[in-house]
Write a protein that binds this ligand. Structure first.
Ligand SMILES: C[S@@+](CC[C@H](N)C(=O)[O-])C[C@H]1O[C@@H](n2cnc3c(N)ncnc32)[C@H](O)[C@@H]1O
Length: 283
């Protein structure tokens, strides 16, 4: 993987990192700046120690659990007394799961077993329904680190896609921050909203339907935004708008699979920002 990072506004010397991707090129353009705020909790977010989902927490009716058969075979299921989960190992009654600690091994009618894991953004990325290509955890970690996202941050994202990155962004800004994510595809936006309800993150995320390349981000965020993330086919069209909305010392990261997209984004960065630093990462 190759990533590029741009820094603006602090007189930092431009620098170029190594560049040697053999397969997919992922380029991250980041313009830096930061912010700091504080915490709260939802179902999926083990942040407040008093409300943390731990192995001591017991499974209740209505909880989302990750049913783990193998590392490459997992499924998210809402626990519902009276329902069953069926696989090649037999039939599992949800009623048997209620009251058990997360992490428990549970048995089927035939003596087969699965584990019931507490949902996390990392697991959600592995089980979500793929409506688009998504970011996986290695890239998500890189993005969140270089975007300098901490609790309390205000983050803008486009496109929402399958909400894989959005889920981790929400955990990073919780409990007092917020993620505004935009996609121009109405059905994708609606499905993402449903997923965020399911995972208990909807209070931290607002999904908007908007053509970000055509219209830019809504102007009411002007000067308030800590971080912007772009995963768009023509990110350079959204960079001027992002530049207006970012706080001084805000950060922008653009993720692209092709070097031509990166080159055009770099041109736009140079036009809209004063100092740009590139960082490259290979996988
Ligand atoms: C590759 S997906 C994003 C995946 C996402 N990062 C994830 O991890 O799940 C790109 C998304 O950008 C959206 N998109 C493309 N052009 C757009 C535009 N002009 N404005 C807003 N969204 C756009 C697409 O509909 C698609 O859902």
């Amino acid at each position: 993987m190759v990533s590029l990072q741009g820094i603006h506004g602090r007189g930092i010397k431009p620098a170029v990192g190594s560049f040697s991707g053999w397969f997919d090129l992922f380029i991250l353009l980041v313009i830096f700046i930061s912010a700091l705020k504080f915490l709260d909790i939802t179902k999926m977010l083990p942040i407040d120690p008093t409300k943390k989902v731990t192995f001591q927490s017991r499974i209740s009716e209505g909880d989302l659990v990750i049913v783990y058969e193998r590392h490459d075979h997992m499924k998210a299921i809402k626990v519902c007394c009276g329902s069953v989960f069926q696989n090649r190992f037999g039939v599992f009654e949800h009623a048997d799961w209620i009251g058990k600690p997360f992490g428990s091994k549970v048995l089927s009618n035939k003596g087969g077993f699965v584990y019931l894991l507490a949902p996390t953004p990392e697991l959600w990325t592995l089980v979500l329904s793929h409506r688009t290509q998504i970011l996986y955890i290695v890239d998500i970690s890189f993005v969140i680190s270089f975007l300098e996202i901490v609790p309390g941050c205000l983050v803008l994202e486009s496109g929402t896609g399958s909400g894989s990155l959005t889920t981790s962004l929400a955990r990073a800004v919780a409990p007092s921050g917020h993620v505004y994510t935009f996609d121009f595809h109405e059905q994708r936006a609606a499905s993402a909203r449903e997923d965020f309800e399911k995972t208990g993150l909807s209070s931290l995320i607002t999904v908007g339907v908007r053509d970000i390349q055509g219209e830019g981000f809504p102007e009411n965020f002007c000067g308030l935004v800590d971080s912007v993330f772009l995963d768009l086919p023509q990110p350079w069209l959204a960079i001027p708008s992002a530049g207006k909305l970012l706080k001084l010392d805000g950060v922008l990261c653009s993720f692209s699979p092709c070097i031509e997209q990166v080159q055009r984004s770099c041109e736009s960065l140079r036009t809209n920002f004063t100092v740009v630093v590139y960082r490259c990462k290979d996988i």
